[in-house]
Design a protein. Sequence first.
Length: 69
Amino acid sequence: MAMVYSLTVSAQTEPAAAQPEMANILRSNGMIYVVVLALVIIFIGIVIYLFALNAKLTKLEKLVRDSKK
């Protein structure tokens, strides 16, 4: 119990971590929006790929189901 208490006390006395320098530079130059846009494009691409893959799998499942009849 004392160990948990000492960990929580030491965690509370630590100074808050400063933001990374790279994030400040990107934010000051306005480049953070480029990074966010790139991440959004990648995420949308993955979602589109998963929907296309689901459609193909559904089609194959139906083909296998119909061939068994």
